[in-house]
Design a protein around this ligand. Structure first.
Ligand SMILES: Cc1cc2nc3c(=O)[nH]c(=O)nc-3n(C[C@H](O)[C@H](O)[C@H](O)COP(=O)(O)O)c2cc1C
Length: 185
């Protein structure tokens, strides 16, 4: 079961890379997923620039084709997300909008951080993903008070690991069921 961990923040000085590194290491040690990391800062997608609707899957740009293959091969996703102005960071909306069928009938879990663990952003992200037939896992990892520049080093706690265990276990269940669904759909 292939898991793509998507690091959303592209901000210079971000703490998202530390949070992403933590959940990647933790998931490698405590889940049965085969894991890779899609850091949106490295992937560096421009603002959406495809002429056609992604539903058609006819992409003109090389960066879209590469992103399409990346998401297509995954069975599940973990989104490592901050919250900007109580909602979804635009980098994630942009990365989601580029594609359509590549997301379909897969599952997504969330690791949110910030003042309140990105709870409002995650609720909105769940809604956006359901429009693409992605199953959002209700159990999220909410890292309260983890926000830069006030916090420069993310130090994970036991409660974070318990939350990660619960989210990853549920994500694996759904990913397994949805793989069967995709094979029969
Ligand atoms: C434009 C902007 C808007 C923000 N809005 C929120 C917010 O609504 N809620 C919150 O908890 N933190 C907010 N923050 C603070 C972020 O939680 C904090 O900067 C966090 O570290 C951002 O993630 P990053 O460091 O990985 O980029 C905001 C930060 C920025 C730059």
């Amino acid at each position: 079961m292939k898991l793509e961990i998507i690091i959303v923040s592209t901000r210079p000085g971000r703490i998202g890379d530390q949070v992403g590194a933590w959940i990647t290491k933790y998931a490698k040690a405590h889940s049965d997923f085969d894991i890779s990391v899609a850091d949106l800062n490295e992937i560096n997608l421009p603002m959406f620039d495809e002429p056609g609707h992604p539903m058609k899957g006819k992409y003109q740009n090389e960066h879209t084709k590469v992103w399409s293959q990346r998401i297509n091969q995954a069975d599940a996703f973990v989104v490592v997300t901050p919250e900007y102005n109580y909602t979804i960071p635009p980098t994630l909306v942009n990365a989601i909008d580029y594609l359509h069928h590549e997301w379909k009938h897969k599952a997504v879990g969330f690791v949110g951080y910030g003042g309140t663990g990105a709870v409002r952003a995650i609720q909105t992200e769940k809604l956006l993903f359901t429009n693409l037939n992605v199953m959002p896992i209700p159990y999220a990892v909410n890292l309260m008070g983890v926000h830069s520049p006030a916090v420069t080093t993310f130090v994970p706690e036991e409660a974070h690991e318990r939350a990660a265990d619960r989210m990853l276990a549920e994500l694996h269940l759904w990913a397994t069921a949805l793989k069967t669904l995709r094979a029969t759909a």
